[in-house]
Design a protein around this ligand. Structure first.
Ligand SMILES: *Cc1c(COP(=O)(O)O)cnc(C)c1O
Length: 397
């Protein structure tokens, strides 16, 4: 029995990250779930048939993390852990029937877009990309005047890396009216900041690699749903396609999850401070961050998020005069001049990471060349600011 079932009042998320997925209170047994390394389980024979079967079907080390994530997302069922965020994307996209229509944000995570585009090119599905912040445009793609209604609406909010905010509740209701199911990639927000199931989504997706693990030392993904039929279909897909988590990674993910609330609290607070300071810096042409009152997504974010996350993007101004640099070149200079921020892809770790996104060839060309994404970690905010200030200042020389 999980802790939340024993108690009358539901526990807050800050407590669930610590308390969920503990083993039974048995004298002299460990307080943490063990790391179980086995590809098979005693089953047939004198002991009778077991439930676990084989290591691709289940592993006891997945269970506590899946239970904790299900609770955190407010689901009635445990989540499903996958080998990576993209393995989870692959499983979720398998819910689109052959030839069905998938509506996806034009600024989804690049890997999700590449996968959907390749499936469309092979004729497995029809892909319609759309500006997810434009609710009317999404409605038009869900049920166009000509062409089939959508089978699946993919949501990501805020989007990576444009930080556009979708009206999740309105879009989910419209998708359901059109007969589509809704998958929401909640990687940027985590369930502590946004709970897509409570806003109507059918399935929530995570790159567990990011905030949930939080230490940039594992690659994992997850799906969560309250629909038993959908969960059974996804579990079957995971078992047959084999995108399963390694037990050590699963163990590390639960260990990381224990501090999620503290990490989010710190990094969100720092992101607000840095966004405000960057927005008045002369080398910064613009800041994208839903926490700024001036941001186009601010009101929507306030309505559906608890805080604003800790990813922000800046567009670096070109440098005039004799040395003349494009915004992209100036951005590369800044990234190279940083000493504390780590110039690396990914996000959601304890350490602050920074990168110019268009250095990736798969990044959509609609992402500006001079856009730099900052994943704010848990370091002291004044140290983070001092490093940014000296790097921005290096363009003055
Ligand atoms: C990183 C990421 C993914 C992919 O996850 P992996 O663990 O790298 O496979 C999917 N969606 C978002 C929003 C991401 O940031």
């Amino acid at each position: 029995m999980s802790l939340s079932e024993e108690q009358a009042a539901p526990l807050s998320a800050e407590t669930v990250v610590v308390a969920a997925g503990r083993p039974p209170r048995t004298r002299d047994q460990p307080v943490n779930p063990p790391l179980v390394l086995s590809s098979t389980y005693f089953g047939t024979g004198p002991l009778g048939d077991g439930d676990r079967g084989y290591g691709r079907y289940s592993n006891p080390t997945w269970d506590p993390f899946e239970e904790a994530l299900g609770q955190l997302e407010g689901a009635e069922l445990p989540g499903l852990l996958y080998a990576s965020g993209l393995a989870a994307v692959s499983s979720a996209l398998s819910l689109v029937p052959a030839g069905g229509v998938l509506v996806m944000p034009s600024h989804s995570y690049a890997g999700s877009l590449v996968m959907a585009t390749e499936l469309a090119e092979k004729g497995f599905l029809e892909l319609r990309t759309v500006d997810i912040t434009d609710t009317d445009a999404v409605l038009e793609q869900l049920t166009p005047a000509e062409g089939a209604a959508a089978s699946m609406l993919w949501l990501e909010s805020p989007t990576n890396p444009m930080l556009g905010v979708a009206d999740i509740r309105a879009l989910t209701a419209a998708a359901h009216a059109a007969g589509a199911i809704v998958v929401t990639d909640n990687t940027f927000s985590t369930p502590l900041v946004q709970q897509p199931l409570s806003l109507g989504s059918d399935v929530v997706l995570h790159s567990v690699t990011k905030y949930l693990s939080g230490h940039s030392d594992v690659v994992l993904g997850a799906l969560v749903t309250s629909d038993a039929g959908l969960r059974a279909t996804l579990l079957h897909h995971r078992t047959i396609h084999g995108g399963i988590a390694g037990p050590f990674e699963a163990w590390l993910a639960l260990r990381g999850l224990r501090t999620l609330a503290l990490r989010i609290e710190r990094s969100q607070a720092s992101a607000v401070v840095l966004a405000e300071r960057l927005s008045t810096h002369p080398r910064v042409a613009s800041v994208r961050f839903p926490g700024l009152a001036s941001d186009p997504g601010h009101e929507r974010a306030k309505a559906q998020m608890k805080g604003f996350g800790s990813i922000l993007c800046i567009e670096v101004a070109p440098v005039g005069g004799a040395q003349g640099l494009s915004g992209a070149d100036a951005a590369d200079r800044i990234v190279r001049a940083l000493q504390l921020w780590l110039p690396a892809t990914s996000l959601g770790g304890v350490e602050s990471l920074i990168e110019r996104r268009r250095r990736h060839v798969a990044e959509p060309v609609t992402v500006p060349e001079n856009l730099v994404r900052l994943s704010v970690g848990i370091e002291n905010v004044e140290d983070l600011w001092a490093d940014l200030e000296q790097a921005l200042g290096s363009l003055d020389g």
